[in-house]
Design a protein around this ligand. Structure first.
Ligand code: NAI
Length: 245
């Protein structure tokens, strides 16, 4: 299968760590020019870009277009977690609740950040009459998850972005798809208590956590011409997990 990604200009938000880092490496292995944007140190060529800051994002988009002339692929991968139960009830009273700052922080990065970056990139793709936008959803966006009111809502929102933008942008030759990872063995996940890791594995028919490369491979395929008739899709890459069983 010919992926034909050589010399493609690919932006990966949150490209310094975890799935984003693996995605940068995987695109580079195909000969693409993958540019990580992150708030922490990323492998070069990279830029310090906070996806929630409109001016910094717009400047970074202009820098890429000035240097390379175009943006072929955008991977909206940056995302954060701030877990808490909506309301924790103990001994007949509210023991704690998700506070406003915790809710807003996750909405700001995972939803507003994807909106800000995509809005800045899309005019360049429209001018070129081609482009691929790939969004990081999650199994929890499909099934919900205990303790993740904020995060699960953003990952469901990402699916709405994907479907809406695929309708709006198809006529310009721009494809928009989402990947919904299951439990992936990033540093953060590997640091979780053993009983939680065991429970994740027990809910996964394939019987293991996924690797960051499993997600990176999905992004690379969706970005390539091998997926040229795929848009508005949500590709689950999750070992068959069914949350809550
Ligand atoms: P991670 O925490 O290892 O890496 C996320 C990267 O995003 C970090 O380098 C971080 O500095 C960067 N980042 C955070 N806020 C940012 C901002 N405002 N601007 C720019 N960069 C920012 O995360 P991981 O696990 O690699 O996840 C990547 C994506 O995949 C996220 O959207 C996550 O929600 C999603 N996902 C991950 C799963 C997993 O099991 N690891 C499962 C399902 C979805």
């Amino acid at each position: 299968m010919e992926l034909a990604l050589k010399d493609k200009i690919v932006i990966v938000t949150g490209g310094a760590a975890g799935i984003g880092r693996a995605t940068v490496d995987r695109f580079r292995a195909e000969g693409a020019i993958a540019i990580p944007w992150d708030i922490s140190g990323a492998p070069p060529p990279s830029a310090a870009v906070d996806v929630t800051k409109r001016e910094s994002v717009e400047r970074a988009v202009e820098d890429v277009v000035r240097q390379y002339g175009r943006i072929d692929v955008l991977v909206n991968n940056a995302g954060i977690l701030r877990d808490a139960q909506l309301v924790k009830w103990k001994d007949g009273a509210v023991a704690s609740a998700m506070d406003d700052a915790t809710f807003d922080a996750v909405i700001n990065v995972n939803l507003r950040g994807v909106f800000i970056v995509t809005r800045a990139v899309v005019p360049h793709m429209i001018k070129a009459r081609r482009g691929v936008i790939l969004n990081a959803s999650s199994v929890v966006g499909l099934y919900g998850n205990f303790g993740q009111t904020n995060y699960a809502a953003t990952k469901a929102g990402i699916i709405s972005f994907t479907k809406t933008w695929s309708r709006e942008l198809g006529k310009f030759g721009i494809r928009v798809n989402a990947v919904a990872p299951g439990f992936i063995a990033t540093e953060m996940v590997k640091a979780m208590p053993k009983n939680i890791l065991d429970s994740m594995v027990s809910h996964t028919p394939l019987g293991s956590l996924g690797d960051p490369d499993d997600i990176a491979n999905a992004y690379v395929w969706l970005a390539s011409d091998a997926a040229k008739f795929v848009t508005g899709a949500v590709l689950s890459v999750d070992g068959g997990v069914v949350v809550g069983t």
